[in-house]
Design a protein around this ligand. Structure first.
Ligand code: IPE
Ligand code: IPE
Ligand code: MG
Length: 262
């Protein structure tokens, strides 16, 4: 995927085209993770029920997924439902489950057309059987796609994921001295995937809300006031452009330029 793939898809002479041309395609974030927040506030501002905000959020999912695939991002992870979200009223929880099923049915063709491999991260076994069936079907249909990996974090929490990994390590009888960071990473849902380089949160909240706690150790964080249903290709392009201006040090120091002759 390349600049050409993005230019074919964005309007000519648009702000999106301008942003796409600023991107260095050799230094893309390998993994982009997004906390999709603000659906309820989007609806409230329009005097609509929260459900309408969640419905409208699907357009933002479609746009971001296709753009990320066209850019050539290796992994896109979208946080759609946290374990803590079960605290919401039953009607909202069941609407969110229903919307996930609807999204998968409507968007499977977009996923196939863009060679996207879909998977979920989270405690799938706690989801209602009809939701699991729909998820399994989308995972199976896209399993041989070789393009971008698309994770939906559903019934997910970072602490639960770490705890489940620790339990798996114990159950597998891994000796303490054999367990290191690489081995532990392989016990997480994101096994084999790069850690997120870029973490985006919409709606202006400055918190991580139990998302990918292990994996975001050195992610660059980009927060936008834009509410999730209004998030479009332009915002993702802005985030990538900003990410490429960051100075990532991983606890080290910035390499000093070599002064010739000194
Ligand atoms: C994000 O929007 C979607 C989910 C968490 C499922 P919210 O529903 O959290 O919207 P706000 O934060 O109340 O505006
Ligand atoms: C984070 O949003 C979870 C998802 C995006 C699925 P929340 O709206 O649940 O987070 P808090 O409650 O504002 O931290
Ligand atoms: Mg929220």
């Amino acid at each position: 995927m390349s600049l050409q793939d993005v230019l074919e898809w964005v309007p000519e002479r648009s702000v999106e085209e301008d942003l796409a041309r600023q991107i260095d395609f050799d230094r893309l974030p390998a993994h982009v993770a997004v906390i999709m927040d603000g659906n309820g506030r989007w609806a409230a501002r329009r005097c609509l029920p929260r459900a309408e905000g969640h419905r409208a959020g699907i357009d933002a999912v479609r746009d971001s997924t296709e753009l990320a695939a066209r850019l050539g991002v290796e992994v896109l992870t979208l946080y759609a439902f946290s374990i803590e979200n079960w605290k919401r009223p039953a009607a909202e929880v069941s609407l969110l489950m229903g919307l996930l099923k609807r999204y998968l049915r409507l968007e499977i063709d977009t996923l196939m057309r863009n060679d996207i491999r879909f998977q979920t991260i989270g405690r799938d076994d706690e989801l209602p059987p009809d939701v699991r069936l729909e998820l399994e079907s989308a995972i199976a249909r896209t399993a041989n796609n070789g393009g971008m990996r698309f994770n939906i974090a559903f019934n997910y929490s970072g602490r639960a994921e770490i705890l489940d990994a620790a339990r798996r390590a114990l159950a597998a009888g891994i000796a303490p001295e054999e367990l290191d960071e690489n081995r532990f990473s392989d016990l997480l849902h994101t096994a084999g995937q790069p850690d997120p380089d870029l973490l985006i949160r919409t709606s202006g909240e400055m918190r991580v809300s139990n998302f990918l706690l292990w994996q975001i150790a050195y992610s660059e964080i980009w927060v936008t006031e834009t509410l999730w249903p209004d998030f479009r290709a332009r915002h993702l392009l802005e985030a990538v452009v900003d990410y490429q201006k960051r100075d990532r040090r991983y606890g080290g120091i910035k390499p000093q330029p070599v002064v010739v002759g000194s």
